[in-house]
Ligand binder design. Structure first.
Ligand SMILES: [Zn+2]
Length: 101
């Protein structure tokens, strides 16, 4: 794939991922299944275009059930200060994500 086309594909994919992530965050409180569908679609775009998801998107989504992690709404957040990481616990499936700082 030529460099210009690669840049174009990355730009469009990034744009679509941002839009889908914002939509997923907006409807997480009202319709969680629709929100999960947006996240699945977003992941599919990332896989298809062979690009990494942005860090804020990757850390804001549950790996197990694809729900958006919003502190207080769909996630419990605590700090494991002894081990230097933040724990995001998904309230839907109880999966934990450790984000090191
Ligand atoms: Zn989950």
């Amino acid at each position: 794939m030529p460099i210009n086309k690669r840049i174009l594909v990355d730009t469009i994919a990034r744009e679509r991922i941002d839009i889908l992530f914002n939509l997923a965050k907006e409807c997480a409180a009202t319709d969680s299944e629709l929100s999960r569908e947006y996240v699945r679609h977003m992941k599919k775009i990332g896989t298809h275009c062979r690009m990494k998801l942005p860090k804020e998107v990757k850390n804001g989504v549950c790996k197990k059930c694809d729900s958006v992690l919003i502190p207080g709404l769909s996630a419990r957040v605590r700090i494991a200060s002894r081990n230097n990481y933040v724990v995001y616990e998904c309230l839907a499936c109880k999966a934990e994500r450790h984000v090191h700082y």
